[in-house]
Design a protein around this ligand. Structure first.
Ligand code: SAH
Length: 355
């Protein structure tokens, strides 16, 4: 048996490897290893989630951003980006549309836009929660203070997504301007957990300068932090950024990493991301087969979708939300899974009762 296959077996048994072993797994990525990992990952996924796929309605509330991340199309320095922000009532109305389509989780994501003060956000969150008490509100608004995260949690926010982007401080420094730092990103994740949020981290696959060691550090971080959610997708260049001519990350390696993460922490909520669907027409289906169990269709008004461009060629910018759900639902059915109407909380126990 090859080293890689025996390491995959050990990972699926112990849920843990050393950083050096993770690095061997990543360097040893090939189609055989990937399909072996996918078969183990989809079996453990079904122990916790059966054939269910959870959906979250993504509302892209603003593309104004005070940050200047080198990879991101809505970075502050991008003068070509046509800026927009949604008003509180537009955001609540996206949630209403989504509720009618079966969404029970709304993800409010945006650049770090100072317009959305704690007062404005608390008003939006409490409006949605009072209209739809059976729904979860997830925020993805970047780095804020402990005090701000606490205020938003008290207003009713349930979950927070903040990708760590890379678990290696030196790699982090190559992807971000000096005004941002790895320690603050990690401080935010810890604050969010301490406050009581269900927390999501995550990273890009194939981002510039990334090595197998950096990805091994990401896996070790996930093993120790045990996030409720983990968003990973391929890096895709955006033409108006400093990384505009860098190559994209691959669908195959992203799916392999989804499988490894599923094995490391079986209950984790893992989205098959829009970036994965952008890099490969069947990317989201491949992600689900590799162990993902969440999809995040777009609920943003059609008029702003093509302005929230983190990377080039983003899919699903033209259709109304209802069309997106219908399309995704049939794609998921063809993959052998089932899109469900559910808040989609993490399940820490196997559904057949065994832990
Ligand atoms: N401002 C928020 C939301 C950022 S956008 C925050 O800081 O969390 C959500 C995610 O999109 C980012 O965390 C990043 O991982 C991803 N992203 C940004 N640019 C990308 C690119 N060029 N290719 C792929 N993913 C990208």
């Amino acid at each position: 048996m090859s080293d890689v296959i025996s390491l995959i077996d050990r990972l699926s048994r112990d849920r843990s490897l050393t950083v050096e072993e993770y690095e061997i797994l990543i360097s040893g990525f090939d189609p055989g290893a990937a399909s072996y990992a996918a078969s183990l990952a989809s079996s453990v996924r079904s122990d916790y989630y059966g054939d269910e796929v959870f959906m979250r309605g993504l509302v892209e509330i603003s593309n104004y951003c005070r940050n200047d991340c080198l990879y991101c199309g809505i970075r502050r320095s991008n003068r070509e980006c046509v800026r927009y922000r949604l008003t509180p009532s537009e955001i609540v109305s996206c949630a209403s549309t989504g509720y009618g389509l079966g969404f029970r989780t709304f993800v409010l994501q945006g650049g770090e836009d100072p317009y959305y003060t704690d007062d404005v956000m608390c008003h939006i969150i409490s409006s949605i929660k009072s209209m739809y008490p059976d729904c979860a509100v997830t925020l993805s608004l970047g780095e804020r203070s402990h005090e701000s995260y606490s205020a938003l949690f008290s207003a009713g926010a349930d979950r927070y997504l903040l990708r760590h982007e890379t678990a290696s401080a030196s790699h982090y420094a190559k992807l971000h301007p000096s005004a941002m730092n790895f320690e603050n990103r990690m401080r935010c994740l810890q604050d969010l957990r301490d406050i009581g949020y269900q927390v999501g981290c995550g990273f890009m696959v194939g981002s510039p300068y990334q090595t197998p060691y950096d990805l091994a550090m990401d896996l070790k971080f996930i093993e120790t932090f045990r996030p409720d959610m983990c968003g990973i997708g391929p890096f895709i260049p955006h033409k108006d950024t400093p990384f505009g001519s860098e190559p994209s990350g691959s669908c195959g390696l992203t799916c392999y990493l989804l499988s490894l993460i599923r094995m490391i922490y079986p209950p984790v909520l893992l989205p098959a991301t829009t970036a994965l669907g952008t890099i490969d027409p069947m990317g989201r289906e491949k992600g689900l087969k590799a162990g993902a169990n969440v999809v995040m269709p777009n609920l943003s008004p059609v008029g702003v979708r093509d302005k929230y461009t983190l990377y080039d060629n983003k899919i699903c910018t033209g259709e109304e939300a209802a069309e997106c759900v219908a399309c995704l639902s049939s794609r998921i059915k063809n993959t052998g899974y089932r899109l469900v109407t559910d808040r989609g909380d993490i399940r820490k126990e196997k559904i057949n009762g065994k832990v």
